[in-house]
Structures are given as structure tokens and as C-alpha cells.
Design a protein around this ligand. Structure first.
Ligand code: KIV
Length: 277
């Protein structure tokens, strides 16, 4: 009988222990095969509500639902074995009051099996963070550019570039940390502000458009793979998925039209035909 090797999933303690250590590697994933491919290379996988924009073609993350997050969370859990899995709470699922936040977070955890949730934590959300953590739900905070607040901000713009905004982002970060979040995404802020927050908070910070001095980095995988023409300034494209995919589509279409696909190797034959040929 072959012995099955049991792979241990990273835990919240492994993530918290990375403060001031080797940078944490985090990527987004929304499906099982992608999660399986990145699993050996990352510490955390974020099932981000960016799925609404990069997979479902929405203009912002505002339209993302609980059902979408749960379905993609389940797929990522199936595809991965060792990474720590965080699922985003969608817009409208945690802001009303801490009890609603707890109920929705508990549903995400029960139905996906993920290990933590993430919320975009304006200062008001600190109470919900504390409420959920006290009741057994590890919470990752998300400060700075908060994509779910796009309609208040009037677009996806970097935050903390004037004194008032800096104070607001610092306050959000301080409150989420004090409320017990185990890690914090800092998105789209000036580098010095990201460094100040990283020094100020006790939890690891994970930057996206922030600073290499954060305790880790996250990026939207589809942006990093080059699936889109336009990407934010802070994305480094490590592949040209858009080019690879368009070439494959073009080749397939041409081969169907000139009847060179399917070819000899791609069709089934009767056994008798095979023998005689
Ligand atoms: O939804 C997402 O992918 C995110 C990352 C950009 C951090 O929140």
C-alpha cells in the first residue's frame, strides 16, 4: 500500500510569525488549476473580490456577491494543499454591523473551508474585526486604496498623498491592528506611508502598490501574467498570457476553417480500419 504524504497547510501563526522576516508571498486565485500551480510557490492565496473584474467582467468589485466568493473559494481550496487561504468578504456583507459581518464570515468559512477572511477596513470596521476575531474568525484587514469604496473616492486612485488622507489611512491601519487583524493589505499608498504603517503595526503588512519594505507582497495574478493590455503602474508583467492566448485562438480558428484540425491523430477510427491501415 502506498503511503500518502500529508501536506500541512500554513496556519495563521506561520503568517503572523513572518513580521520583519522573509517577505510573505501572496497571489490571487479564483480557480482550482491556477491555485494548484501556484501552491508550491506562495505562502498565502487570496480569493480576491477582484474576481468580479478579472473573471466576470464587472467594472468594479461592488457587484460581487457572497455566492461568487463562496464558489471561487471552494475551487481554490480544492486546488491547493499547503497555502494559507483567505477569502474576500464582498461589498455589503460586513459593513452593516458586527453581527452581520460575523454571520457572513462564518458562512464563507463553513462553505469553503478557507482559513480567514479579508475586509476593506475603514476606521468604522475595527469593531467588526474585533467581533469576528473574538468569535474565532481570523481577519485580514485592507487599508489605503479600498476598491469597494470606488464610488466615494471617484475612481481607483492612490491614497495618502495629502496630510488629511495620510492621517485617515494611518488611523484605519492603527485601529485594525489594535482590533486584532492577523495581517493587513496596504494598497496604493505612497511608499513612505506604507513603511510608516509597517513599522507602526504589530501584524505583517502585505503591500500592493505600496513598498518593498512591507512584510510581504500581493498582486492580482491575471495582471502579473499579462492577461490585460492595461494594468496599474505597480504591476510587473512576468508573462504575456494575452499574446499566448490570442495566438492560440487565431491558430485554432485558422485550422478549423482550412480543415487541418482535427488531423489524423485527433480522430477515432474503427478497430478494423486501424488493422488494415
Ligand atoms: O481583491 C483583490 O484581489 C484584492 C487584492 C488587490 C489585494 O483585494
Amino acid at each position: 500500500m502506498s503511503k500518502q504524504v500529508q501536506v500541512r497547510r500554513k496556519t495563521v501563526r506561520d503568517i503572523a510569525a513572518a513580521k520583519n522576516g522573509v517577505p510573505l508571498v501572496c497571489l490571487t486565485a479564483y480557480d482550482a488549476p491556477t491555485a494548484a500551480l501556484m501552491d508550491d510557490h506562495v505562502d498565502l492565496i487570496l480569493v480576491g473580490d477582484s474576481v468580479g473584474m478579472v473573471v466576470h467582467g464587472l467594472q468594479s468589485t461592488v457587484g460581487v456577491t457572497m455566492e461568487m466568493m463562496i464558489m471561487h473559494g471552494q475551487a481554490v481550496m480544492r486546488g491547493s494543499q499547503q497555502a494559507f487561504i483567505v477569502v474576500d468578504m464582498p461589498f455589503g456583507s460586513y459593513e452593516t454591523n458586527p453581527d452581520v459581518a460575523f454571520l457572513n464570515a462564518a458562512r464563507i468559512m463553513k462553505e469553503t473551508g478557507c482559513q480567514a477572511v479579508k475586509i476593506e477596513s475603514g476606521a468604522y470596521a475595527a469593531e467588526a474585526v474585533r467581533h469576528m476575531v473574538d468569535r474565532g474568525i481570523p481577519v485580514m484587514a485592507h487599508v489605503g486604496l479600498r476598491p469597494q469604496a470606488v464610488n466615494v473616492a471617484g475612481g481607483f486612485r492612490a491614497m495618502g498623498r495629502n496630510d488629511a488622507e495620510r492621517e485617515r489611512v494611518l488611523d484605519e491601519a492603527r485601529k485594525a491592528d489594535e482590533a486584532g487583524c492577523f495581517a493587513m493589505v496596504i494598497e496604493g499608498v505612497s511608499e513612505d506611508l506604507a513603511i510608516e504603517i509597517t513599522k507602526m503595526v504589530s501584524c505583517p503588512t502585505i503591500g500592493i502598490g505600496a513598498s518593498a519594505q512591507c512584510d510581504g507582497q500581493v498582486i492580482v495574478t491575471n495582471d502579473m501574467l499579462g492577461q490585460f493590455d492595461w494594468v496599474p503602474k505597480f504591476v510587473r508583467k512576468n508573462a504575456d498570457l494575452r499574446g499566448v492566448m490570442s495566438q492560440a485562438f487565431e491558430k485554432y480558428a485558422a485550422e478549423v476553417r482550412d480543415r487541418s484540425f482535427p488531423g489524423e491523430k485527433e480522430v477515432y477510427r474503427l478497430q478494423s480500419d486501424k488493422k488494415s491501415s
